[in-house]
Write a protein that binds this ligand. Sequence first.
Ligand SMILES: Nc1ncnc2c1ncn2[C@@H]1O[C@H](COP(=O)(O)OP(=O)(O)O)[C@@H](O)[C@H]1O
Ligand SMILES: [Mg+2]
Length: 305
Amino acid sequence: MDAENHPQGLLPEGVTSPAVLAERLEAHDYLADTGLATACFLALRLHRPLFLEGDAGVGKTSVGHVLAGVLDAPLIRLQCYEGIDASQALYDWDFPRQLLHLRAAEAGGERDPDRLEAELFDRRFLLARPLLAALETTPSVLLIDEVDRADDEFEAFLLEVLSDFTVSIPELGTVRAEVPPVVVVTSNRTREVHDALKRRCYYHWVEHPDFAREVAIVERRVPGASGRLAEQVTSTVQRLRTADLLKPPGVAETLDWTEALVALGTTELEPELASATLGSVLKYREDQERARQQVAGIVQETVAG
Ligand SMILES: Nc1ncnc2c1ncn2[C@@H]1O[C@H](COP(=O)(O)OP(=O)(O)O)[C@@H](O)[C@H]1O
Ligand SMILES: [Mg+2]
């Protein structure tokens, strides 16, 4: 995958349009709409990081996994969290191993401090964290997940790495990616991510799937579900999304709920059962209390419809 000399960018053989890419994604059980398929296509074609923003559970993280599948490349995941810093994302020196080596070298009679130091800061004592691992692995897909959880400083550092795909390690020198990895950055938008980072990327807002697509996702992912059940669950969840909830249910919740119902041997949703299994869909007590009545009503209607 030599991006510069490759007229197709990083697109796999034969992927000549977003529609063809959508078929490949579907072969890996991911059903993308035209907007998302086009975003993935352009990110690969133009070899730019893909920035996916959207509510929790709409299928952002899965895009990283599925692209790795389609490209047949390893997925390297950097999960962001509050307080994450550059060393946790890049590399660490393996201190215990360095110490062992030092003891062994001294026991062997080595006394020259310069020589000892040079030996200790050798590549083999370096632990590659996700960013360095991705620069050293060609081809690879680097998933930088939930970047909105990290702080401003870390974001600025990421921007730097994503701009030149090089990392300089004082004791060793500069590591440059032979071919920069395919990068997928996700954000649940718990805070705004800076324009500079977004500008570096191809940006796409991921919407909840429409009814037909979500039913298809359920049928694909929960093979034991009847078509009727898939439709009822999807329709109920989609209506709950428009309710005033602390955490509106995502596709993940639609799948969880359907799985729970299938595990109970259900082929058709009914109000009492819906209420008893609400924990699969709504994970806040306030949401459950607020929605319980409503769910009964919605289910009543979907059963009738
Ligand atoms: N378009 C889709 N096609 C297939 N599965 C999907 C799709 N969207 C979401 N899912 C499934 O829904 C679940 C949640 O997706 P995930 O990628 O974790 O969401 P997010 O990262 O946006 O919170 C996963 O099991 C994923 O496979
Ligand atoms: Mg996610």
